[in-house]
Ligand binder design. Structure first.
Ligand code: SF4
Length: 182
């Protein structure tokens, strides 16, 4: 089989906002952007954003975002799982490349972001400062874009800096606008 991608190399291992879990960054040996609409067709439940060229999906409990030359993973159990997911991804990308002519590319998002995906990165204190009863209700409003993330003041305190950064990444990667300067 002709290989498209030779290697995916982990460059950073970091603590995750979810206690006991890790995050990672990895570099791809080639630019996979031409393959992304084909991978979007193959990966059921992935969130593809043509504008930002990102493909976000869940794998073995982890949240993975694929960029043209990078992979970012969060909520990963341990380093072994990170390597396992990246090996699987390399195989999938190469298989996709090999069978590209038989796959119809898909340029649209397959699924919408779910409230629980957003809720994970909110303070989860149900303080009501955003005028919603719960953080989950606020997450729903964020997804339908009837409220701005700026209405959650605690998210902008140092305590929640990491959650805020991960939430903004998720929102941006799925085509939502986020406030600049954070
Ligand atoms: S202001 Fe933030 S922390 Fe408070 S309920 Fe709303 S989303 Fe939750």
């Amino acid at each position: 089989m002709e290989k498209f991608i030779e290697s995916i190399t982990i460059t950073h291992i970091l603590p995750c906002v979810v206690p006991g879990k890790i995050r990672f960054h990895a570099d791809l040996s080639v630019d996979i952007s031409p393959l992304m609409p084909y991978l979007n067709r193959l990966m059921k439940g992935a969130i593809y954003t043509q504008k930002t060229l990102t493909l976000t999906f869940k794998k073995e409990g982890g949240l993975i975002t694929l960029y043209p030359r990078k992979v970012a993973g969060g909520q990963i159990e341990n380093i072994e799982l990170a390597h396992r997911i990246l090996n699987w991804l390399k195989g999938l990308v190469n298989e996709c490349y090999e069978n590209k002519d038989k796959i119809e590319p898909l340029y649209e998002r397959q699924v919408q972001l779910l409230p629980l995906d957003v809720y994970k990165f909110l303070p989860q204190t149900n303080c009501k400062k955003c005028a919603e009863e719960t953080c989950l209700a606020f997450a729903v409003k964020l997804i339908v874009e009837s409220k701005s993330v700026m209405l959650c003041p605690d998210l902008f305190t140092p305590t929640y800096a990491e959650k805020r950064s991960m939430l903004f990444t998720l929102l941006k990667d799925t085509g939502y606008s986020t406030p600049s300067g954070f």
